[in-house]
Design a protein around this ligand. Sequence first.
Ligand code: ZN
Length: 396
Amino acid sequence: MTVWDEVVGQPAALDVLRSAAAAAAETVAGGPVAPGAMTHAWLFTGPPGSGRSVAARAFAAALQCERGGVGCGECAGCHTVRARTHADVHLVVPEGLSIAVQEMRAIVVTAARMPIGGRWQVVVIEDADRLTEAASNALLKAVEEPPARTVFLLCAPSTHPDDIAVTIRSRCRVVALRTPAAEAVADVLVRRDGVAPDDAGWAAQAAQGHVGRARRLARDGQARARRRAVLSVPASLTSLGACFTAADQLVSAAEEEAAALSAELDGPETEALERSLGAGGTGRGVAASVRGAAGVLRDLQRRQKSRSTRAQRDALDRALVDLAAFYRDVLLVEVGAQVRPAHPEAADDVRRVARVLSQEDALTRLDAVLACREALELNVKPRVAVEAMVVALRLR
Ligand SMILES: [Zn+2]
């Protein structure tokens, strides 16, 4: 399996990345390279689930591939990048709501060093749209005057100035990914994850081209149960009381999902940090180091809290995407379009809601769901935003 097999349904982008990786290998070998074939800064854009960071990491692996940049998936270079242990590949993954300037400055300093493995220093910045303005400026300096063997791979939803600073965007070559076709998603679930073809087909359709979601739905019974609960919401909204119950369920489910993630990650992280700080040690200097350690621990707790907030928002956003698709299915029924619905298993509820709502009503409700997503992006309190939405979704 080559490193490119992870990149689902993106033939055009792969052509560009493959030839750039080959040119990069030529540069390392000291051979002649066509001008413009390789460049120091890349911006991977595409809708959520299109695999921006997957494509960036595949490219990073190909840049470190020992077999002429083909991304063979078998050499030590490819392996270590995929295992996230390659000394010259630095992954910046925001766990909170933003990437801080201190983190960016540290990365820029590391990136300026010569690559240990003799190929490239690669910095992959997932969710570059979460760079704070100061972090963005720190990165800009490095992107403007890149060291000879340093490559920056940035991922963001789009090239819009809200997602990436214009100054950085103008220095990057853009690789635009698209939502992969359901067939391509199903295919990779079968091939890579060993999912049965029928289950893979259902999950790919239900996840609407989002590869990670499709895999979770195919393999995680709790994810399927959460999705069923979300899809049962629209038909249940027959009274104001039912609206508030549904809002509470949507928010609580997201909180529980985030709490489960925190329970899994926070404990071991804190323990590892305490161990590395020598908790429980005795002797000279311990008191001083304990005082310093308290600050480091507080810092970790702050990041953990921020990650939990993000996880809660992401979970809620997934529910909203499912709800939006539900009202899209309602509209499909109303106009009699011969298009495959996103939620075939909710067909009964879709028809029931379609009988009650006019096309205009359904559109208004679709708008209410999308407005809720925007409100959450703007940091409106989840419960407030969801209650406002659910009341607007009520069946009259
Ligand atoms: Zn390789």
